[in-house]
Design a protein around this ligand. Sequence first.
Ligand SMILES: C[S@@+](CC[C@H](N)C(=O)[O-])C[C@H]1O[C@@H](n2cnc3c(N)ncnc32)[C@H](O)[C@@H]1O
Length: 271
Amino acid sequence: MAELPPLREVIARHGLSASKALGQNFLFDAQLLDRIAAIPGDLQDRAVLEVGPGPGGLTRALLRAGARVTAIEMDRRCLPALAELGDAFPGQLRVIDGDAMAIDHEDLMGEPFAVVANLPYNVGTALFTRWLSSAQWPPAWASLTLMFQLEVAQRIIAAPGSGAYGRLAVLAQWRSRAKLAMKVHRSAFTPPPKVMSAIVHIEPDTMPEGVAVDTLERVTQAAFGQRRKMLRQSLKSLPGALGALESLGIDPQRRAETLCVDDFVAIARRL
Ligand SMILES: C[S@@+](CC[C@H](N)C(=O)[O-])C[C@H]1O[C@@H](n2cnc3c(N)ncnc32)[C@H](O)[C@@H]1O
């Protein structure tokens, strides 16, 4: 492996000033990046999909860990810096110039893969729900290791009864294990974002039988769409839902946030 120039130098040389429009907040600390790359476990020879490599800080850490990385980046200014990185790790890095939202990741990868990404908030959440809504289960991805705003990370891992518990928690937990792997201080980024961040790590679990993801989504959408209301009100418009509550012995006076993930799965199974 060739000696790599410091990231700040790469950024200066290629004129990669952070673009606000593309949600660019870069990480430079190699030790922090190595700790992030270690979250999915041993990556030696494993296929990794990185979305939004930017100047390549996290990419370097993944390559150092021995991963075979496919990196999708839509900011063309970053491509020369990423090409240099590919030269330093021959045969380990494939860079795709494009929008990760418009690409079929399963087709692109062609084998099971781990996802690791530090993405802008809106893109991250959109891709996250897409990965979790896979019709095929277990999905093509073996794990998701993703940076979010801390508040979003807390919504993903939230337990029933908390204000953060809602659609995202149910979607992330009904057939996956989700954990908060690491908090990341805002000062670790250049430029620093306004809020704290955290990395969530998700692995697929067994899928409960007899429930489709769309049905479960319809239930949580109705229930949490009016989260202050009792279930008998919020689920009224969903055919069969009130009957399902009765047959399951769930009090219709309860509110959505008091139901556990298995309750939502049981309701969806009866629709
Ligand atoms: C928060 S920066 C992180 C950069 C680098 N991974 C790091 O940790 O320092 C997010 C990166 O995602 C890229 N990006 C944003 N939207 C994207 C999309 N839809 N598809 C691919 N890359 C995207 C941005 O250009 C930027 O390089």
